[in-house]
Design a protein around this ligand. Structure first.
Ligand SMILES: [Zn+2]
Length: 141
């Protein structure tokens, strides 16, 4: 997975969006060029609770020795989380009432956050949170 910051979300049909990347990415493992090989749908819940489909690109590393596939995730999303980043941020900063989700999701997000928030980081804004998620993800490549 690769997190991208520069992109346009284009609505391709009702409740379906396509991510148009504005970044030239290289393989995070070997730094070789990546080439698109298709796409897949990622179901996402917006902060309102609305369920949408986001079509993300699958890219393959052109280095035959590496040849890894990476998914290109827009930074409005959080790896392995269903809700968009702003919803997750609202929950962890105590503004659960702004998010259209159930109690179970809120509990799960708090539990997840408790497990990863002990890296000594200071999160004061959504921008800090975005950077934290981005850096955290790089640890698991
Ligand atoms: Zn590679």
């Amino acid at each position: 997975m690769i997190i991208i910051k520069k992109y346009i979300l284009k609505e391709t049909s009702k409740e379906e969006y396509k991510v148009l990347s504005r970044e030239e990415k290289v393989c995070p493992i070997c730094k070789s060029k990546l080439t698109p090989i298709g796409s897949r749908i990622r179901i996402t819940y917006l902060i309102s609770g609305k369920r949408v489909s986001v079509r993300i690109r699958r890219l393959r590393c052109t280095n035959k020795k590496c040849y890894k596939i990476h998914h290109e995730l827009p930074d409005m999303l959080v790896p392995f989380k269903r809700y968009e980043l702003s919803a997750i941020y609202s929950i962890i900063s105590g503004k659960e009432n702004q998010v259209g989700c159930d109690e179970k999701t809120i509990r799960e997000v708090h539990r997840w956050w408790k497990g990863i928030s002990n890296y000594g980081q200071t999160i004061k804004t959504i921008k800090d949170f975005k950077e934290f998620i981005h850096d955290l993800y790089l640890l698991f490549l």
